[in-house]
Design a protein around this ligand. Structure first.
Ligand code: KG4
Ligand code: ZN
Length: 339
């Protein structure tokens, strides 16, 4: 095949990810996570993440190559997340990618983390139509992005003005004593709860509010106050109903704004990515609202939604295919890299 064979390295947060793709075909997706080491702190500790990346990097690269059954010398390029993310964590991946590409004599591509969260869907559903509309929701970001060209032109239409959606899940889980990360646990309890039990606020949904921006900190505070009032009254906190009602408020706002953006921009499909895209209610509600609006929904399987190396390789392969300029050996790790 003459489709590019690319290895991608992702270290922007707490997952050390190494993926290998050939064009739109996923060959390997090796991930080593340090999430357990952060759990007792209730959030990702940057220093701990960087050290864990250093320890896991070489073995994760070797595991990916074994899984893909390809020789490193056959690679067409090495791609790496250049930002945004935790500076020290990014630096480990960027340094490893440079060393690896240099030693192999292969071109290096620094890629944007958010763009690669979108591009990963090519491994699931084939070539993305352009322009692409994407809702990216994770622990670090919540944005609506319009991408006329996934390799070079990704435009933010709006984003959160305070907490990210995943961060809200994590904080509410903490108030409920459910552990970290909170998203998967809340998702699980919510299935047995009533989403209409408690009317929690929908941030920035008024007629004068920015149509594509998000705000979740008011919601988080409202949930915390509601729980506190129950506890002060000596009543039991209905964890399932709180989870379901909170989750309903988040997914209602996310899907409402995403569908509106598609309609306003005349885009007939919507891609949802990032860790929160694993949420079962978000997937179901997006499916309902998109189909009612005639919008085709594209959501990768949960493992490709959370941080991984395959998404970096997917975008790297697209850059090779479109003959985009390679990065120099002085490629910086940029913690606030814009899309
Ligand atoms: O994309 P990701 O793995 O890392 C970041 O770049 O942040 O996303 C992690 C976030 C966490 O906040 C986690 O609680 C959330 O995604 N998450 C979920 C679910 N699974 C993970 N949130 C809601 N429902 C889920 N099922
Ligand atoms: Zn991410």
């Amino acid at each position: 095949a003459d489709e590019p064979l690319v290895l991608g390295i992702e270290t922007s947060c707490d997952e050390t990810g190494v993926g290998i793709v050939r064009g739109h075909t996923l060959l390997a997706d090796a991930v080593a996570s340090s999430v357990d080491e952060h759990a007792r702190f209730g959030g990702v500790v940057p220093e701990v993440a960087s050290r864990a990346h250093l320890e896991a990097m070489v073995s994760t690269i070797e595991r990916a190559l074994r899984e893909a059954g390809v020789a490193a010398t056959d690679l067409d390029a090495v791609a790496v997340t250049a930002g945004p993310g935790l500076a020290g964590a990014l630096l480990v991946g960027v340094s490893a990618a440079k060393a690896y590409a240099y030693a192999l004599g292969k071109p290096l591509y620094g890629v944007n983390h958010l763009a690669s969260h979108i591009c990963v869907d090519q491994l699931e559903h084939g070539a993305l139509p352009e322009p692409t509309m994407a809702l990216l929701v994770s622990g670090g970001h919540s944005s609506l992005l319009l991408a006329p060209d996934i390799t070079s032109d990704v435009r933010p239409l709006g984003s959160t003005i305070d907490d990210a959606a995943g961060e809200a899940f994590d904080k509410v889980a903490r108030v409920l004593d459910l552990g970290f990360p909170g998203g998967p646990v809340i998702d699980k309890y919510a299935r047995e709860g009533d989403p209409e039990a408690i009317a929690f606020p929908r941030g920035l949904t008024g007629p004068r509010d920015a149509p594509y921006d998000f705000s979740f900190s008011g919601l988080k505070t409202a949930v915390a106050r509601w729980i506190e009032a129950k506890r002060n009254a000596g009543e039991e906190v209905p964890v399932r109903d709180v989870s379901a009602s909170f989750q309903e408020a988040v997914t209602d706002v996310l899907t409402r704004k995403a569908v509106r953006a598609c309609k306003d921009e005349g885009v007939d499909h919507l891609m949802i990515g990032g860790g929160v895209a694993a949420n079962s209610r978000l997937r179901a509600m997006a499916e309902e609202r998109c189909s009612a609006a005639g919008i085709r929904l594209r959501v990768p399987r949960p493992k490709l939604c959370t941080d991984n190396g395959a998404m970096v390789a997917a975008l790297g392969a697209e850059m090779v295919a479109r003959r985009r300029p390679t990065s120099g050996w002085d490629l910086p790790a940029d913690s606030s890299l814009p899309v």
